[in-house]
Design a protein around this ligand. Structure first.
Ligand SMILES: Nc1ncnc2c1ncn2[C@@H]1O[C@H](COP(=O)(O)OP(=O)(O)O)[C@@H](O)[C@H]1O
Ligand SMILES: [Mg+2]
Length: 350
């Protein structure tokens, strides 16, 4: 089911009357059956957005639609949502079976039907052999699967996940993230996945939304957003190692990095700009510009080179075969890969 947010806004006011616009005029459409990653730094309004969709926070303005239904004022329990939080929030004294069954308690469902549903969910998340254990006997990853089973047992219309992997160690995080993707695909449930981790969002999302200070920056498929960031914030937020940022200029359609290194062409007004170049978008090129390498680090089949332009240290990730420890090497920027941003607004020049 499609979810549509229309000018959704949440303003918190503290005791002194100071206002925080946690979510500011957010208008997005989450397509039916897709997994959309809601991404941004801590405090950018991700949880607040999710809690408004869940009905746990009342919006200060704007509307929320599930399909054609305006649910803005609907009570949380009537929205048909499943929620999963960072800290699994399982009942410690209950078995896994009882935890998953719990949301069905107040529904008019027979014992047999409930048992069937619990087993169906346990199978879906791959914990059918753990049903008689207590949560404390499970790993973090397994506990989070129980929480997902519990969220799905009522067959919600929407699944909302708030940093569900943040409490897991690196290996479990990767594994559980793949599991969530599989479960989402199998059930086809419209899902919003909140995270501050760009790599996590990039790997799991059909589409991503990036927020900063409650304001939507960009919404697109992860790879499109990575390749065509709309502004400096998005460019810097995505990518590890991060994008290189350096001052530059455009003169007669030629793009210069620093004062005088031409790295490409772009139709843009003459003037000073901020350039963004991803480390992997440099390449070894006998006709390129000279750089004095400061540091060379071999990472598998790639080599990371650090070099200085003006007073900025840049990183280039290039094919190892082209570097044999020479001090000076020649680089160029791959065609069309220099991102040009307006100095004042940080907005990309298209
Ligand atoms: N209940 C609340 N009362 C006051 N301010 C809040 C409350 N919840 C969140 N905020 C503020 O709203 C902003 C967004 O918070 P939040 O949605 O939790 O961010 P995120 O989940 O992206 O880390 C932050 O500045 C936070 O301090
Ligand atoms: Mg949060």
């Amino acid at each position: 089911m499609e979810i549509r947010l229309e000018k959704l806004t949440k303003v918190f006011t503290d005791k002194t009357g100071k206002e925080t616009r946690a979510v500011d005029d957010l208008t997005i459409t989450i397509p039916s059956g897709k997994l959309v990653g809601l991404l941004g730094p801590s405090g950018c309004g991700k949880s607040t957005t999710l809690f408004m969709i869940a009905g746990l926070h009342k919006p200060s303005g704007g509307k929320i639609f599930f399909g054609d239904d305006d649910v803005t004022k609907l009570a949380p329990e009537k929205r048909g949502i499943g929620l999963v939080f960072q800290n699994y929030a399982l009942y410690p004294h209950m078995t896994v079976r009882q935890n998953i069954m719990f949301p069905l308690e107040n529904l008019n469902i027979g014992r047999d039907e409930a048992t069937k549903l619990v087993i169906e969910m346990a199978k879906l998340v791959g914990i059918e052999d753990q049903l008689d254990k207590k949560p404390a006997q499970l790993s973090g990853g397994q506990q989070q699967r129980v929480a997902i089973a519990r969220a799905l047992v009522k067959k919600p219309r929407v699944l909302l996940l708030d940093e569900p992997l943040s409490n897991l160690d690196a290996r479990l995080r990767l594994q559980t993230r793949e599991e969530i993707k599989r479960i989402q695909r199998e059930t086809g449930i419209t899902t919003i996945f909140v995270t501050h981790d760009q790599e996590e969002a990039m790997s799991i999302s059909d589409q991503m939304v990036i927020l900063d200070y409650g304001v939507q920056q960009q919404m697109d498929k992860p790879q499109n957003m990575y390749n065509r960031p709309i502004n400096l914030f998005v460019a810097k937020f995505l990518g590890n190692p991060p994008i290189n940022i350096i001052e530059g200029k455009v003169v007669d359609g030629k793009v210069f990095m620093g004062d005088n290194i031409q790295i490409g062409t772009r139709k843009a007004k003459d003037g000073a700009y901020i350039l963004g170049i991803r480390p992997e978008d440099f390449r070894f090129d006998p006709n390129g510009f000279d750089v004095d390498t400061q540091d060379i680090e071999h990472i598998g089949r790639d080599t990371m080179i650090r070099f200085v332009v003006g007073d900025v240290i840049l990183r280039a990730l290039i094919d190892s075969d082209s570097v044999q420890g020479q001090k000076t090497i020649k680089l160029s920027v791959k065609a069309g890969k220099a991102h040009v941003f307006e100095k004042e607004t940080g907005h990309v020049v298209l």
